[in-house]
Design a protein around this ligand. Structure first.
Ligand code: PLP
Length: 401
């Protein structure tokens, strides 16, 4: 019998904050509490810190400082794009294209826009959450104002074809004299796949990211807005963030986010390799040692479209209930998720797994394991053993096969 461990495998829900982030934030709260808008020395010191953090994000996006807007979370960044772009571009058209598997931070504003008279088309996916590109290409019309496609799906981990869509959108705009914007919710992609607008993500106009998915603080987000785009601001008031997001800056949060971003960028390859190794070990073990499982994520990990982001593995253990498996594993010190934790307060089956065509029983038995650079092989050996025990016991009690 192995000794009890604590294994955190819910990193798509949130991550453990880096100690360096906590230290930088504590220092900010203690020593840099001035208002960045104040004209005196303390204001200037705080402003300098905010500027340095903004620079950290520009490094990851490959953009300039005036193209980064700090927000209070990924949800705010997503809401700002949908509501703000729809409003500022209402004379250009009323059509928005997104996917059926977006996070509620996109789907809810999209539904609100529908109720306001906008037309929203939701593009479907296959059984591994790969986007139907033919459908997306056919959906684009001259009155389309915005396409919003996530970088990585939060439940299946599938990498979406953002760069391919960007190329197609640019060609369409050129050929038709339109100005369709492309937004990507990169909350799950950031820090795991490259999102540089000068390189891999050339042509992407707007990007949302969140601090707490990259070992940064909760309640921090950012938005890349390509220079020249005019988005109606969501928060109006004191005119901070170039009038794009009013409200006194959350300096400790911004400084913490910048620190997390620096660490993520500096050790990008090492971090991603550690996640990929943990994921591969668990995937191989589950396939070899358990029958009647459905691997819902694409099996191969990587940053290319259609592969799986190395941070996620979604598996249906047929003949079980994910919720029971989750609580059984919890007793062994292992923390996983049954679906998108961000929407766990909403009951019902996962809209992502349903859009992937999974049957109710397959959705019921689904578990999402999500990895970070801190996961070790010893943890995966322990997890595999406990998953096997939990699934076997449930199936025996439920007389499955
Ligand atoms: N978008 C995606 C894809 C997410 O996974 C999440 C959170 O899980 C969000 C947006 C919301 O981010 P935040 O928690 O910072 O509001």
């Amino acid at each position: 019998m192995s000794e009890k461990m604590s294994v955190y495998l819910d990193n798509s829900a949130t991550t453990r904050q880096y100690d360096q982030v906590t230290d930088a934030m504590a220092e900010a709260m203690r020593d840099f509490f001035g208002n960045p808008s104040s004209l005196h020395r303390m204001g200037l010191e705080a402003e300098k810190k905010v500027r340095a953090a903004r620079k950290s994000l520009t490094g990851a996006f490959g953009c300039s400082e005036e193209e980064v807007i700090f927000t209070s979370c990924g949800t705010e960044a997503d809401n700002t794009v949908l509501m703000g772009a729809a409003s500022s571009r209402r004379r250009a058209g009323k059509k928005i294209i997104t996917t059926a598997v977006e996070h509620p931070a996109i789907l809810e504003p999209a539904r609100r826009l529908e109720s306001m008279g906008y037309q929203v088309e939701y593009i479907g996916v296959d059984k591994n959450c790969r986007l139907n590109m033919d459908h997306l290409r056919a959906a684009i019309t001259d009155d389309t104002i915005l396409i919003s496609v996530m970088g990585v799906n939060n439940e299946a981990g599938t990498v979406m074809p953002v760069s391919e869509i960007a190329r197609f959108k640019d060609e369409y705009n050129k050929a038709n004299g339109t100005q369709i914007w492309l937004h990507s919710d990169a909350v799950q992609a950031f820090g795991k796949i490259p999102v540089n607008v000068k390189k891999q993500w050339q042509g992407v106009d707007l990007i949302s990211v969140s601090g707490h998915k990259i070992h940064g603080p909760k309640g921090m987000g950012a938005l890349y807005v390509r220079k020249g785009l005019n988005i109606e601001p969501f928060m109006i008031g004191g005119g901070q963030e170039r009038h794009m997001r009013s409200g006194t800056e959350n300096t400790p949060g911004i400084i913490g986010f910048g620190t997390a971003c620096d660490l993520a960028v500096a050790n990008f390859e090492g971090r991603v390799a550690a996640m990929a190794a943990a994921r591969q070990y668990l995937l191989d073990g589950i396939k070899a040692e358990l029958k009647d499982v459905l691997i819902n994520s694409p099996e191969e990990a990587g940053s290319e479209a259609g592969l799986c982001c190395p941070s996620v593995l979604n598996v249906s253990f047929l003949g079980t209930r994910g919720e029971v498996i989750l609580h059984t594993l919890e007793q062994d010190g292992i923390y996983v998720s049954t679906g998108s934790a961000c929407s766990s307060n909403k009951k019902g089956r996962s809209h992502v797994l349903a859009a992937m065509g999974l049957k109710d029983k397959e959705i019921e038995g689904a578990i999402r394991f999500s990895f970070s650079e801190f996961n070790t092989q010893a943890e995966m050996e322990y997890t595999l053993e406990k998953v096997k025990q939990a699934v076997t016991r449930f199936r025996r009690l439920g007389s499955f096969r």
